[in-house]
Design a protein around this ligand. Structure first.
Ligand code: GDP
Length: 445
């Protein structure tokens, strides 16, 4: 998300290079560029207008400090305004109410409600150690109920059954009773969505909401859906007392307009973002980090948190110990590394969070090590014998052919992987012998 916008904003800031201070006239052009960049990213027009106005007010007359260039000064102001636009603060889930705490998900069909319900359930079960139940009141689409059932099973939540023949309000009453009886801490209510806002749907969702009396009412919105989605957010916000927004599919190539408009349009904070299809791909939303990401300043904090949570420390120290003893980095070790990268969402997810200037094109890098690619590399290693993994040098032509056909790939794919392993092995050797410094020197020379 935001790839294009980041580049355009960086360009706009660069146009101020060489100016001594920010003045009405020298920022005029720059602000026009910022305005265009935002409109192209599909940010709602009224949002763009107020945003630009706020920046103009602050920028003009700003005495540029000695440590900052005017371009940097403007970036600083834009950053602060982006944070305001994105809702300023992070609001955690409030789970202190008398159980069952009810979380309610509303939104259009396809926005990602059911998937998000499963992600929230998983988070509550794994992180907060809560007993979670899930219910669907989508009596119009039996497939939606089934989908929720499957996901509930996957994440270990209780699934409360519902039938297409039932009144959605009766389902809610039953779900509340059952949750109380079985001492459930949190009940997640997944609602019906249509492709467009219509009165019947709105009336139904409002009626269900009144019965459920939820503690949190989330509007789930697809970041790829553009202006229409923002308009639907406005309608839902008028009919339901929303407590927050959950923005899905931020891992895709959305332009960013929905993310930047929805909070301002509804006056409600974005609370979580969906960063993938799997049930662990949900992050707490941090406006400041997202603003940094938009400006190409990277989101190193999120990255660090993610690595802390996902890197297998035991495995890492085992590898370190092995290298210290001079035992070398074999293909089984490479497989562990690739699997860890997959856990972190692949190279694309990592690159999005690193402070890479918007002008740098990371597409090639992302393409080279996406999840599919990582999976193929792991498949190649899986197709080897333990001996081959331990002693890659024994892999001759006929072994390569066997390995390739074992995983349905070409010999050249096997060659590429072996080459990659050799390079990493070299790097690891340097690291274990001379430590970091030597490696850095090696990379420089
Ligand atoms: P619902 O109709 O609102 O319940 O939407 P679903 O939960 O069925 O999701 C619709 C589609 O969006 C599914 O294919 C999901 O896998 C996908 N999806 C949901 N959230 C995300 C996300 O954060 N990232 C990606 N890439 N896909 C998502």
């Amino acid at each position: 998300m935001f790839d294009n916008l980041s580049g355009r904003l960086a360009e706009a800031a660069r146009s101020l290079t060489g100016k001594g201070r920010l003045t009405e006239s020298n920022i005029k052009d720059t602000l026009r560029q910022v305005r265009l960049a935002l409109l192209e990213a599909d940010v709602a027009l009224p949002v763009v207008k107020t945003f630009i106005e706020r920046i103009r007010e602050q920028a003009v007359g700003e005495v540029v400090g000695r440590s900052l260039t005017p371009g940097q000064e403007l970036v600083k102001i834009i950053h602060a305004e982006l944070v305001t636009l994105l809702g300023s603060e992070t609001a955690p889930l409030d789970l202190r109410a008398q159980p069952p705490v009810v979380l309610f998900l509303a939104g259009l069909q396809g926005a990602g409600k059911t998937t998000t319900a499963a992600k929230l359930a998983r988070r509550l079960i794994e992180k907060d150690k809560k007993r979670v139940a899930m219910v669907s009141v989508d009596v119009h689409r039996p497939a939606a109920i089934l989908q929720l059932q499957t996901l509930a099973g996957e994440v270990g939540a209780n699934f409360i059954e519902s039938q297409s023949s039932e009144d959605p309000r009766a389902i809610v009453d039953r779900a509340l009773d059952e949750s109380r009886r079985t001492h459930v801490d949190v009940l997640l209510v997944d609602t019906a969505g249509r492709l467009h806002v219509d009165d019947d749907m709105m009336n139904e969702v409002v009626a269900v909401h009144e019965r459920a009396k939820p503690h949190e009412t989330f509007f789930v919105i697809d970041s790829m859906a553009g202006q229409d989605a923002v308009n639907s957010a406005r309608v839902f916000n008028e009919r339901l007392p929303l407590t927050g927004v959950i923005l899905t599919k931020t891992d895709g190539d959305a332009k960013g307009g929905v993310a930047l408009s929805v909070s301002e349009v509804t006056g409600k904070p974005i609370r979580f973002i969906g960063v993938g299809e799997k049930t662990d791909a949900l992050e707490v939303f941090h406006p400041d980090r997202m603003a940094s990401r938009i400006l190409g300043m990277g989101d190193v904090l999120s990255l660090v948190e993610e690595i802390e949570g996902k890197v297998d420390r035991e495995q890492a120290s085992k590898l370190a110990g092995k290298l210290k003893k001079g035992k070398g980095f074999d293909l089984a070790d490479l497989r562990d590394q690739l699997q860890q990268m997959m856990n972190m969402g692949g190279m694309a997810a990592l690159l999005d969070k690193l402070p890479i200037p918007g002008s740098v094109n990371t597409a090639a890098l992302k393409g080279g090590a996406d999840e599919k690619q990582l999976k193929r590399q792991v498949a190649i290693i899986n197709s080897m014998t333990p001996g081959e993994r331990r002693f890659p040098k024994t892999i001759n032509g006929s072994r390569k052919r066997r390995i390739a056909s074992g995983c349905g790939l070409q010999v050249q794919d096997v060659n590429r992987l072996l080459k990659q392993h050799q390079q990493m092995e070299k790097m690891m050797k340097k690291m274990s012998r001379g430590g970091m410094q030597k490696m850095m020197r090696g990379m420089g020379g």
